[in-house]
Design a protein around this ligand. Structure first.
Ligand code: GRF
Length: 196
């Protein structure tokens, strides 16, 4: 039985696309649904164009009530009987109430070499720190933001001419290789960290 994967996106969804395009043939998983808090997310349009089921749960009507937002997500997810959730540029913080039941089955990609630069603006922070290398990490999600056991990292050298945008573009290209490589192994039961 193929593992059923839900992918959460808020924006363009290029990582989601890389994951979906890898989940073919003998891959141990298949995309079951793409979830977004944003109806206009480019990732949602692309998923629909591929006839992948989508669920949009706008966070705004819930205001500060994260528990109610997350309960709506859980209700929307129930029919899909997911085995794995991949966060792929999902820009809402999920609370322990949502994360804990999924712990060990939910992955995230973050554009830094964790534990460095949790949170936002990772590329600018790496440049400000004068780092000579930078990269991205895939990790298991725990209730602590951008924390949790690392399943894989990809590293790139920082060029003296780099700007946050140029660095982001090179890291993103690595994300598209790292995340599918990690998911393929994870879905087969292998959680040994990989380094690219
Ligand atoms: C990626 O850089 C990812 O690491 C971060 O958000 C960005 C999402 O890009 N969490 P995309 O929507 O996958 O193109």
């Amino acid at each position: 039985m193929k593992k059923r994967v839900g992918i959460f996106v808020s924006g363009g969804g290029s990582n989601m696309r890389a994951l979906v395009e890898d989940m073919v043939d003998d891959h141990p998983a298949r995309p079951a649904v793409v979830v977004s808090n944003n109806e206009t997310a480019g990732g949602i349009a692309w998923a629909r164009s591929q006839s992948i089921a989508t669920e949009v749960i706008d966070h705004r009507p819930f205001g500060e009530d994260r528990a109610a937002f997350e309960s709506a997500i859980n209700s929307a997810l129930a029919p899909y009987a997911l085995d794995i959730i991949c966060l792929a540029g999902f820009m809402r913080v999920l609370t322990a109430g949502f994360v804990t039941p999924w712990q060990g089955r939910m992955l995230n990609i973050h554009p830094s070499l964790l534990p460095k630069y949790k949170g936002l603006h990772t590329h600018a922070r790496a440049l400000e720190a004068g780092d000579t290398d930078h990269g991205c990490s895939v990790h298991l999600v725990t209730p602590v933001l951008d924390d949790g056991p690392i399943l894989g990292q990809a590293r790139i050298p920082v060029d003296p001419e780099d700007t946050p945008d140029s660095l982001a573009a090179r890291v993103l290209a690595k994300e598209h290789i790292l995340y599918p490589a990690v998911l393929r192994r994870f879905a087969a039961g292998d959680t040994t960290p990989i380094t690219l």
